[in-house]
Write a protein that binds this ligand. Structure first.
Ligand code: AMP
Ligand code: MN
Ligand code: MN
Ligand code: MN
Length: 300
């Protein structure tokens, strides 16, 4: 556990530099490591506060919490909800949630039901361009049958030789306008924030640098998120390039949002950043208030 000294300035520095990784995926969604292996990896990589944030799914949390506890690693329950905003898929992370809260549980069950239909349509569309058996292939690669994602299709397509690696398979087949992309309506932004808050959690805009919004749409996302009760934004993430960090640090200040930090780790080979190996030079920029200030008992 990190040590935040008493007194103003040392405490600010210590809390600011906490080695937190608050965005990661397990086999409960589209990660390839189970919660125990992830906890061990986080610990080995020096993480001091970890959150598991599977897509639309909480079933990995009990095992993750137990493993973290056994390793003496501070842990927050998390989730990453799929949302449609201005015709684009946006991800909202929830931290510190009660996974059994009924409103949240009903919300994520509804999102998962939509995933099943979408996956079948993706399979049918890919068959039309000669890639038969993609639905069955993706399902076979998904440890959680309720959570079939584009990532599982991508892995199967790479195995079939349709493209050399995951990024190129997404570019060729799985993004808007490409043969395996199915338009899908996820949860509303207000619903997702409300479910997270109902479950006692804090809502975070995930990897804002990844969305291809116009400045007006992005302003609308931040304003509406805030008006629904959203409280934080990811500033340092595996999905951000150096320029994004400064931009979203400024937006966190402008919109008075707390700042979060997470690798978005899925797999040792595929992910840009390893779990907990956010570059040392990428602590949260000074002047921001970290999300973990909300749980002082975990970060001191
Ligand atoms: P889904 O929720 O089924 O739409 O799948 C989204 C997931 O696909 C994301 O969480 C990422 O793990 C992965 N993903 C999306 N875009 C890309 C990309 N361009 N390259 C690699 N992985 C991606
Ligand atoms: Mn993912
Ligand atoms: Mn995401
Ligand atoms: Mn993620």
């Amino acid at each position: 556990m990190p040590c935040a000294a008493k007194g103003t300035s040392p405490k600010i520095v210590a809390v600011h530099l906490l080695h937190a990784d608050l965005h990661s995926h397990s086999t409960a969604s589209d990660g390839t490591l189970d919660p125990l292996a992830l906890a061990q990896r986080a610990k080995a990589n020096g993480v001091e506060l970890w959150a598991l944030t599977d897509h639309d799914e909480v079933s990995g949390l009990p095992a993750a919490r137990a493993a973290a506890q056994a390793l003496g690693l501070a842990f927050l329950n998390g989730i990453e909800l799929s949302v449609t905003f201005a015709g684009t898929t946006v991800h909202i992370v929830g931290l510190g949630i009660d996974p059994d809260q009924p409103e949240l549980a009903a919300g994520i069950a509804a999102i998962r039901a939509g995933r099943e239909q979408r996956a079948r349509q993706m399979g049918a569309d890919l068959a039309r361009v000669g890639l038969r058996g993609a639905y069955e292939g993706a399902v076979a690669l998904a440890p959680n049958p309720n959570l079939v994602s584009r990532t599982h299709f991508a892995r199967w397509l790479v195995q079939q030789g349709a493209a050399p690696d995951t990024p190129s398979v997404f570019r060729r087949y799985l993004t808007q306008g490409k043969p395996g992309y199915v338009e899908h309506r996820w949860a509303g932004l207000g619903d997702a924030v409300r479910w997270i808050r109902a479950a006692g959690g804090l809502a975070v805009i995930a990897h804002p640098g990844r969305y291809k919004f116009s400045p007006t749409e992005e302003f609308a996302l931040f304003s509406e998120f805030k008006s629904h009760g959203g409280e934080a934004v990811e500033v340092v993430t595996g999905s951000h390039h150096a320029g994004d960090v400064g931009k979203y640090a400024d937006m966190a200040l402008e919109f008075e949002l707390l700042a979060s930090r997470g690798s978005d780790f899925h797999d040792p080979e595929e992910s840009r950043l390893d779990l907990g190996l956010l570059p040392e030079r990428m602590p949260l920029p000074r002047g921001l208030t970290p999300v973990w200030s909300r749980w002082p008992h975990l970060s001191t």
